[in-house]
Design a protein around this ligand. Structure first.
Ligand code: SF4
Length: 743
């Protein structure tokens, strides 16, 4: 770690670390006075972000110092909590867990991993070890209210759900963005600090940006062209664009031709989805669809990039699939300026030569027979499994950095289900809307007293980048790091007991991981000895990765010790073509037309002939100062006028009788909300828009700032019964709602 002492006092210093608060991985420069962080700025020397930061990153120290952030475990006593020692908390968990498992079996204990887990090194590396120890079928995560369609489309097409191509925006000259607002989100499944600056640079070098979205977002304002699409209808547009490419003989996969299977099947599949047949469904005229396809085919290098908006609807998998199909048909996959596969330091050069077909539905949920996806069940069926009696009923739930009572559709039902559990264990910073139901809360140490390496999102970075941040401050002796908590839980779940020494469990884990390193395990274990926990696993991954030292086989190669010397990050350069090495399908080729997806087109086609209704469709929106529900207690991020307004187009407002600043009642099958109205041309007619991640004022929530700025939870009116059956992803966009004046 580079700690620069800024005075003669050892407690006045500056550090450089990666922001853990979103996917952009910006470098931060943090100044400490008397051991307390007093300023957070963008690190100008960071190899990736070059000084950029957003208001969330600037507030990292506020999160660390938040007086409401828990520093001790809590154990429930009646309707309140008492502070407890770690020993007492783990002993309580062991007794309660063993009693439930003995009576009801392992599937009676479920786990739910929240979205912040994807940013935490410990959650990424030690979380799976804990889940294996738990050995329950009932695993859930925020992935099925977010990006699961992307995993499923890539799993079937490329053979791995994490082989996801990202837009090479720094070299692209034509970028089509669907359902994404990187000006507010800073990019998602496309790690690119200062995404706004990169978009401006694309335009400056003569490139063109087209944004397709039901709402004129800040990204749409920057674009050369904005097209207002009906929510949830991206699939029709994308199918019709593919139809045009075939009809106008503009298929040009280039060097990909020898690596693809199913070109004929795709041509046949899209033949009926002409621009004329879909124009009403997606609200985009046929001539515009033809032009979009023609421009994409004619561009020197181009990328079609879709994100949340195309994923969180009933056709999310199909839409993600067709995004890649368009990139492939136009030869833009795996070429500079198109969409490319990153190669981060912790991954090997070639994918594992496991040529088994990637599958979903390998086991089924108990109540509704829903198939697993990527080892977990979709969250839309979590309440079914908690509420329905019988063998295997969920009696206990472990949440890690999750707030399902806010984040999941029909959250009133979720809230009630959580309240009825026999045991809820939460690993979390706060007593929030969900953890207020917990029997035990285990708070990990804060963001400045733990190490950080964004192991998930370097997989999706638009350059090959690595940046490791050690803890800035020593962890107080009374606190536990997340990995220590997860290993302690692992030991309990494995039946080793709460008294298990974490270092012993840690040694067992690493010995297991290196056990198949043909005759070198002793030597490798010795080389890894200086580290523990996730750092040790990370070092192993880096050293056996694409740029690694191979434990001496490539002395010039990388290891964690060398990476640590690059305090502003290590840039391995722009993305490079990776096909065919990255492909892991049984055929060794890209599967353009997986049978499951082709079959889904019947369902999609049937939507085309449905009669239009007068219902309004609800969509969500993102703000630069929020990240889902997890930064709601940070004063600088929630200050100012309420962002919880229902955006309505003037035509709809006039028809319904709404006034700007007045109140409206919005209702769906699952609930009703009364919300302030904002009349704006930014949403297309027929669409209403409300942000997500708000509503923190329930009894028992111990987050003073979040309670004060509570807002309203949009998931009270989203519906768990609406989802994409291929990926299990919930439908959070395009939810049919009724809106009336509440004047
Ligand atoms: S854009 Fe994301 S990574 Fe960068 S400072 Fe903001 S929250 Fe942190």
């Amino acid at each position: 770690m580079e700690k620069i002492n800024s005075s003669s006092s050892p407690s006045d210093f500056t550090t450089f670390r990666t922001c853990p608060l979103c996917e952009a991985t910006c470098g931060l420069e943090i100044t400490y006075k008397k051991g307390k962080a007093v300023s957070v700025r963008g690190d100008k020397k960071d190899v990736f972000s070059k000084g950029y930061l957003c208001p969330k990153g600037a507030a990292l120290a506020q999160l660390h110092d938040d007086p409401d952030r828990l520093r001790h475990p809590l154990i429930r006593t009646g309707s309140t909590f008492r502070e407890a020692s770690w020993e007492d908390a783990f002993e309580y968990i062991e007794n309660a867990f063993m009693s439930i498992v003995e009576k009801h079996g392992r599937d009676a204990v479920a786990a739910y991993l929240g979205n912040p887990c994807s940013h935490m090194l410990a959650a990424n590396l030690c979380g799976p070890i804990m889940l294996r120890a738990l050995n329950s079928k009932n695993i859930y995560s925020a992935s099925t209210v977010d990006q699961m369609p992307r995993h499923v489309s890539c799993g079937f097409m490329f053979g791995s759900p994490v082989s996801i191509p990202v837009p090479d925006i720094d070299r692209s000259t034509h970028l089509i963005i669907l359902g994404a607002n990187p000006m507010a989100s800073n990019g998602s499944i496309a790690t690119a600090p200062d995404f706004p600056g990169r978009l401006r640079a694309l335009k400056k070098r003569g490139g063109r940006i087209v944004v397709i979205d039901p709402r004129r977002t800040r990204t749409a304002e920057l674009a050369d062209e904005y097209i207002a699409i009906r929510p949830g209808s991206d699939i029709f547009l994308l199918l019709a664009m593919a139809n045009v490419l075939f009809a106008e003989k503009k298929i040009q996969p280039g060097r990909l031709a020898e690596h693809i299977n199913g070109l004929d099947a795709i041509e046949k599949a899209v033949v009926d989805f002409t621009p004329e047949s879909v124009q009403n469904a997606c609200g985009i005229p046929a001539d515009v669809i033809r032009r979009l396809a023609g421009e994409l085919a004619a561009a020197e290098n181009a990328a079609v990039y879709g994100r949340m908006g195309i994923s969180v609807n009933r056709f999310g998998t199909a839409a993600n699939w067709m995004v890649d199909v368009l990139n492939i048909l136009t030869g833009n996959l795996d070429r500079p300026g198109g969409v490319m596969f990153p190669l981060p330091v912790h991954m090997p050069l070639e994918t594992k030569p496991d040529k088994r077909k990637w599958l979903t539905g390998r086991w089924k949920s108990r109540v509704k027979g829903i198939g697993e996806i990527k080892g977990e069940f979709p969250i839309h069926t979590l309440c079914d499994e908690i509420e329905t009696p019988g063998k295997g009923q969920i009696k206990a739930l472990l949440t890690v950095a999750g707030n399902p009572a806010i984040s999941l559709p029909n959250s009133a039902r979720v809230d009630k289900a959580l309240a009825g559990l026999d045991l809820m264990i939460s690993v979390d910073y706060y007593v929030n809307a969900s953890t207020r139901h917990a029997h035990v809360i285990l708070p990990p140490t804060g963001p400045l007293t733990t190490a950080h390496f964004d192991i998930a999102f370097y997989n999706f970075a638009v350059r090959n980048i690595a940046n490791y941040s050690p803890p800035d401050l020593p962890k107080p002796s009374s606190e536990m790091d997340l990995w220590e908590i997860l290993y302690k839980l692992s030991a309990i779940f494995k039946g080793l007991g709460a008294a298990t020494d974490i270092s012993v469990f840690d040694d067992m884990t690493i010995e297991n991981l290196v056990s198949n390193t043909a005759g070198r395990s002793e030597e490798i274990l010795t080389s890894l000895k200086q580290y523990s926990g996730p750092d040790r696993i990370l070092d192993l991954m880096i050293r056996t990765g694409a740029y690694g030292d191979g434990f001496g086989r490539n002395p010039e190669g990388l290891n964690l010790e060398k990476l640590k010397t690059h305090v502003h990050g290590l840039d391995m350069g722009p993305l490079k073509p990776r096909i065919p090495g990255i492909l892991n399908t049984p055929s060794g080729k890209i599967e353009l037309a997986p049978p499951l997806f082709i079959k889904d087109l019947e369902r999609i086609a049937s939507e085309l002939i449905k009669k239009e209704t007068q219902e309004l469709l609800l969509i969500g929106r993102r703000h630069l100062r929020t990240n889902n529900s997890w930064l709601a207690n940070i004063p600088s991020l929630v200050a100012g006028p309420s962002r919880c307004t229902l955006q309505v187009h003037p035509e709809d407002a006039a028809r319904i009788g709404l006034t700007d600043g007045g109140m409206a009642t919005i209702s769906s099958r699952t609930g009703t909300l009364t919300v302030p109205v904002e009349i704006t041309q930014d949403v297309r007619p027929g669409v209403v828009c409300f942000p997500h991640g708000w509503g923190h004022d329930q009894d028992g929530v111990a987050m003073k700032v979040a309670r004060k700025h509570g807002g309203m939870n949009t998931n009270l009116i989203t519906d768990e019964a609406q989802f994409d059956p291929v990926s299990g992803n919930s439908m959070l966009n395009g939810v049919p709602v009724t809106v009336v004046s509440a004047a």
